[in-house]
Design a protein around this ligand. Structure first.
Ligand code: MRU
Length: 329
């Protein structure tokens, strides 16, 4: 493969390296992700995460596997295993379906990487037009360079608005239970120099009531044909709160996140994770041992709570989404 580098993924021509997001922000450790079984485990423990990035990482891993002489059978088995590594982010399935049929896996993986960079630019361009000077903007989870091959989805829009000189202030939800906001978005915001404040998820309603937030921007792991969408658990609650307070609410996603085979949000499979992630964090457990816990990684926001969806190709309002615009693009 030609060498490439993004915030969370790089290839030196021989080896694929993954920035271990589980160790951020305390340590920047790059792990060898060239072997498909290793990559599957890295995706499952969220060392590499974010819907677009797991598709790109799995594709570049398969290309490296092919370059190292994998047999057609081993390649097909690895492709199927990576496709099933996480169930909600449709970008992973989209990328694996392309790799499965690719005549040249290396060229295909490079195309997937470069396409994701371009899609981020498209979302940033369209999304930044919505942002007004002086806005406070609330976001959830991590949707930046760590979650994509490019500048990000929702965070890419915020980055572009900031670069355009708009005086925005970003409020980042810490994002329980795995703290993608507190650890990763906070890390990216500091690197980018965007004025920002970290809050716990439970503070968002108060912030909205106090008039500090003029817009909510989030990413998505899968957008159904009618505009319902899945994203990191807590997104649905934010959408309800934003509607109650009359604040515009926008998911931001590339077309590779749209799944026309899902007619609505009820058809989106939701990943259930280890309940231990709710009982504690890392080595620290605060709940009584054996306490039952529920850990859906994502929730579904109905299109009725969406103001508009920012795609790489343009911005679509809820009425347009409900009228089936995604299928007509
Ligand atoms: O479980 P994660 O950290 O992979 O969840 C990520 C999100 O929910 C993002 O909002 C989503 O992937 C889209 S942003 C690129």
């Amino acid at each position: 493969m030609n060498p490439f580098e993004s915030l969370g993924l790089k290839h030196d021509g021989r080896t694929l390296w993954v920035l271990d997001q589980a160790q951020l922000p305390d340590a920047e450790v790059w792990l060898d992700g060239s072997d498909p079984a290793t990559m599957e485990a890295l995706i499952q423990r969220l060392a590499v995460r974010g819907a677009p990035l797991i598709g790109v990482a799995a594709a570049t891993c398969l290309a490296t596997f092919a370059e190292r002489g994998a047999s057609a059978r081993d390649y097909a088995l690895a492709c199927a295993a990576l496709r099933a590594a996480r169930p909600t982010a449709v970008n992973l399935m989209w990328a694996m379906d392309r790799m499965k049929d690719a005549t040249d896996p290396v060229t295909e993986a490079q195309a997937i990487f470069e396409e994701d960079v371009r899609l981020c630019e498209g979302m940033a361009r369209h999304g930044a037009d919505l942002i007004q000077d002086g806005e406070g903007i609330l976001t959830h989870c991590n949707t930046g360079g760590l979650a994509t091959a490019g500048i990000g989805t929702a965070l890419g829009v915020l980055r572009r608005a900031h670069e355009q000189g708009k005086r925005i202030h970003v409020y980042a939800d810490e994002t329980r239970p795995l703290l993608q906001g507190g650890r990763l978005t906070a890390w990216e915001l500091r690197k980018l120099g965007i004025p920002s404040t970290l809050i716990t998820d439970s503070m968002a309603a108060l912030l909205l009531r106090d008039g500090k937030v003029q817009r909510v921007l989030v990413g998505s792991d899968r957008v159904a044909a009618n505009g319902d969408f899945a994203n990191k658990v807590g997104t649905y609650g934010l959408a309800v709160q934003a509607r109650f307070h009359g604040v515009p609410f926008h998911p931001v996603a590339p077309f590779s996140t749209v799944d026309l085979a899902c007619p609505n949000g009820a058809a989106i499979p939701i990943e259930l994770r280890d309940p231990g992630e709710v009982r504690g964090y890392g080595a620290w457990r605060w709940a009584p041992e054996g306490m039952p816990a529920w850990n859906p990684a994502f929730d579904v926001t109905p299109v009725d709570l969406v103001t508009s969806l920012v795609l790489d190709q343009g911005v679509y309002s809820a009425p347009e989404l409900k009228a089936g615009v995604l299928a007509k693009r």
